[in-house]
Design a protein around this ligand. Structure first.
Ligand code: BEZ
Length: 238
């Protein structure tokens, strides 16, 4: 639980729950979250402040990857507790003047929420007072096509996010849903996937005897192959 300014407690959002609903003003007009994204994946992420260096490097990276996320049916929505005119000026400056790791002239086309009142940031547990009381931490919420929160990441102010991991999580979640499997440590498309433990002794025996399309080292550790092409063809639309 987290305390807000009026000393009321608000529950932090959790994995498996409906994403808290809100309406907000953004750089791309008003949005109604998560309703506007029904049928799509959406990543809602926060950054501490406009016109700061780590956030700038992250925005350039997010904007450069927007098409790649869109191919996986995923939209991006940013948020900070800055105002709309600050957002607009910062994004314009980034596009005109900043280069990061060879990425330059990037246009941020996804919405960036203004949240001066911190209403949305508080709803999503993005204000973590031990880290900062007047800035959001670097949060990442994965919301699925039914509006359910599927993964939450929180990073401190000083640590820029790893975008390989942010993308890997999206593909792993979609793969788990599409093939009814789980993904092991460091999984990437093409690696073996995990088949969940058998529900009965009979099923476990049949698995151990190699009667099913999987390899079991032990009754609780069964995996199977799914080709990289099959994963990507299922998930990505060009
Ligand atoms: C940054 O994005 O560089 C940053 C923002 C807030 C605190 C520290 C760093």
């Amino acid at each position: 639980m987290e305390q807000n300014n009026e000393n009321k407690t608000t529950a932090m959002p959790r994995i498996g729950e409906k994403a808290p609903e809100f309406k907000a003003v953004t750089t791309q007009g008003e949005i109604h979250f998560p309703n506007d994204y029904s049928g799509q994946w959406v990543i809602l992420f926060s950054h501490p402040a406009d016109f700061t260096p780590v956030c700038t490097s992250e925005f350039i990276t997010f904007a450069s990857l927007e098409k790649k996320f869109a191919e996986a049916n995923c939209k991006l929505v940013g948020l900070s507790v800055d105002g709309l005119y600050s957002h607009i000026a910062w994004l314009r400056t980034i596009g005109e003047k900043i280069e990061y790791k060879g990425m330059k002239n990037v246009e941020v086309k996804f919405p960036l929420i203004e949240d001066i009142t911190m209403e949305v940031a508080k709803k999503y547990g993005m204000i973590q007072p031990g880290e900062a009381t007047t800035k959001a931490v670097r949060a990442v919420f994965y919301v699925d096509p039914k509006g359910i929160i599927r993964t939450i990441l929180y990073y401190p102010l000083s640590l820029g996010r790893n975008f390989d991991e942010i993308y890997r999580i999206l593909i792993a979640l979609q793969t788990a849903d599409a093939f009814n499997i789980a993904t092991p440590a460091d999984w990437r498309p093409g690696d073996d996937v995990i088949v969940s433990p058998a529900g009965s002794c009979g099923a476990a025996k049949s698995r151990m005897e190699g009667k099913e399309d999987m390899t079991c080292q032990e009754w609780f550790f069964c995996s199977k192959k799914i080709d990289k092409e099959k994963v990507l063809k299922t998930i990505l639309k060009k």
